[in-house]
Each structure stands twice: as structure tokens, then as C-alpha cells.
Design a protein around this ligand. Structure first.
Ligand code: ZN
Length: 285
């Protein structure tokens, strides 16, 4: 049986001379036959290319959208199980499957000296505000835009000290909270400009500060992948704007719940929370 020719050079996914003898219920090597490249670990991601004649692609049993050139994007939650499966349902009724490993990671524990205060129940006023804020965030994530940021190699929105790592478990005044959902970057001051890490469409630019996130800015990179920037002092774009990688979009601040000025950058694909570090690599310098 002839196998697909897989070219890893430069991470380029387009323009392969591909061929494959049709088979039913074939077991494929995902790295080769789905041309998977990326970070196959918890909090990571991959881009790939579906086999020829794919009618529908399933990842973990759910359909994944294909671009017209059959390229796709998938990602792996912070707590993703150690194995994942891609299934390509073919136009002729056959199917090709490929399993691959998601490398586990260990996460650091981080102690934060501020609230939520143990024993104090949130007020009704807070609960009402929070409900409205979460509804806005949810609605923003449902906005789906034809944009190709998901194909790009992401860049840092700003350079600085990484003051909080993705996935670390926070302990607030001795009470364990949710794990840290993003990467914190501190420049030592408020007002530092930051840029879009990839092309996208602004899906939320909160005019007033949210209780926890402060002035929140969210960008859709397409295919279910989006970035959120928290605690901003100001935004340079508004909801609906198209932005390009490297474009100035806002300024760092300490709005919402923050111990000091920093940019909290989180990335999600569908419900999966991802590690920005796995998109941009180590902080330069
Ligand atoms: Zn943070």
C-alpha cells in the first residue's frame, strides 16, 4: 500500500503531492497521514490536513471543520486524557482512524495573597453582575468569523516578565481556586501597548470593567480558536474590528481583580483551555 508523502519542512502544510490507495477502516499514522504538526501535549495544539476524499473529520467524536484546502486545527485541554483519536469519514463510506498520544505535564502551585475571602458568600449584587458578564463572554465565544489567524505562528502580544504561568493551581489565602487559565506578562507599569498575536476579529471589547477580568478584550482567530486579554487599562479597537498580527490593540492595566499591572493572556479552542507558551515559545531575551 502506498503511503502519503509527508513533508515536515518549515511546517508548511500546503502543496503536498499526496496520494493514498483507498482503504476501508484503515489505521493511519496521524503524524504522517493527517500531517499533524504542533505541540501534542496538555494545553497544546496541532494543525493538520485531512486525507483526500474526507467527507467529515471527527476529533474525540466531535466534528472538526475543514478549510477548503482540508487543513484543520485541533487542541488539547490542560487536563486532556493521554490519548486522542482522529477519524476521517470518507466520501465512499469508508473511514480512516489515527490515534496519537497527548504528553502529560506537571503543574506548579502558586500562592496569591488576595481574595476570595473564605467564608464570605458573594453578594446578590455580585452574582447578578457576574451572570451578565459571563453571558457576554459566552456570546462572544459563539461569534464565528471567517479569519485565518489559526494558520499563523503566533507572536508575543508584549515582551516582559512572565509573572504567572498557565495551568498553575492558585491558592487564595489558603483556599485552592481554579487553575490559572492564561499567561501573565508584566512590564512593571500600566499603559504598555500590546499587539494582536495573530490575525482575528474583535468579538468583545468591554467598555466598562468586568468584576474579575477588568477591561476585557477578546479576539477570534477562526476555527473556534480565540484569545482573551484581561485587566487592560484601555482598548485601541472595538467589537467587530478586524485586526492583523502585530497590530496595536490595547494597553496593559490592573483593572478587575489584579495584584498589579499585567497582561493576562488566555487562549481557548472550543472548551479547551490552552497554554499560550506552546503557541509562542519562550520569552525572548
Ligand atoms: Zn493571570
Amino acid at each position: 500500500m502506498q503511503r502519503r508523502l509527508f513533508l515536515a519542512a518549515g511546517g508548511a502544510l500546503a502543496g503536498f503531492g499526496l496520494w493514498r490507495v483507498r482503504s476501508h477502516a484503515a489505521n493511519l499514522d496521524p503524524l504522517a497521514d493527517f500531517a499533524l504538526t504542533g505541540q501534542l501535549t496538555q494545553g497544546g495544539w496541532a494543525r493538520g490536513k485531512a486525507p483526500l476524499d474526507t467527507a467529515r473529520l471527527l476529533f474525540g467524536g466531535r466534528e472538526v471543520r475543514l478549510a477548503p484546502d482540508r487543513t484543520f486545527f485541533i487542541a488539547f485541554d490542560r487536563d486532556a486524557p493521554p490519548r486522542a483519536e482522529l477519524v476521517a469519514e470518507l466520501n465512499d463510506g469508508g473511514a480512516s482512524k489515527g490515534q496519537f498520544a497527548i504528553a502529560p505535564r506537571s503543574w506548579q502551585i502558586e500562592r496569591i495573597p488576595i481574595g476570595p475571602r473564605p467564608g464570605s458568600a458573594p453578594s446578590e449584587e455580585f452574582a447578578r453582575r457576574r451572570e451578565a458578564e459571563l453571558a457576554q463572554i459566552k456570546a462572544a465565544r459563539l461569534r464565528d468569523n471567517a479569519v485565518d489567524g489559526w494558520r499563523q505562528t503566533f507572536i508575543y502580544p508584549v515582551f516582559g516578565r512572565i509573572s504567572g504561568r498557565f495551568g498553575s493551581q492558585r491558592i487564595y489565602n489558603g483556599t485552592p481556586g481554579a487553575y490559572h487559565s492564561g499567561m501573565d506578562i508584566a512590564t512593571g507599569t500600566s499603559g504598555t501597548p500590546f499587539v494582536a498575536p495573530a490575525d482575528g476579529v474583535v468579538i468583545l471589547a468591554a467598555d466598562s470593567a468586568f468584576t474579575l477580568e477588568g477591561r476585557l478584550l477578546m479576539i477570534d482567530h477562526g476555527m473556534g480558536l480565540n484569545s482573551a486579554f484581561l485587566h487592560c487599562s484601555s482598548h485601541a479597537v472595538k467589537t467587530g474590528d478586524r485586526v492583523h498580527q502585530g497590530q496595536f490593540i490595547g494597553r496593559i492595566g490592573a483593572t478587575g481583580r489584579a495584584t498589579g499591572p499585567h497582561l493576562h493572556w488566555s487562549i481557548k479552542w472550543r472548551e479547551a483551555r490552552l497554554d499560550p507558551l506552546l503557541f509562542v515559545g519562550n520569552m525572548p531575551g
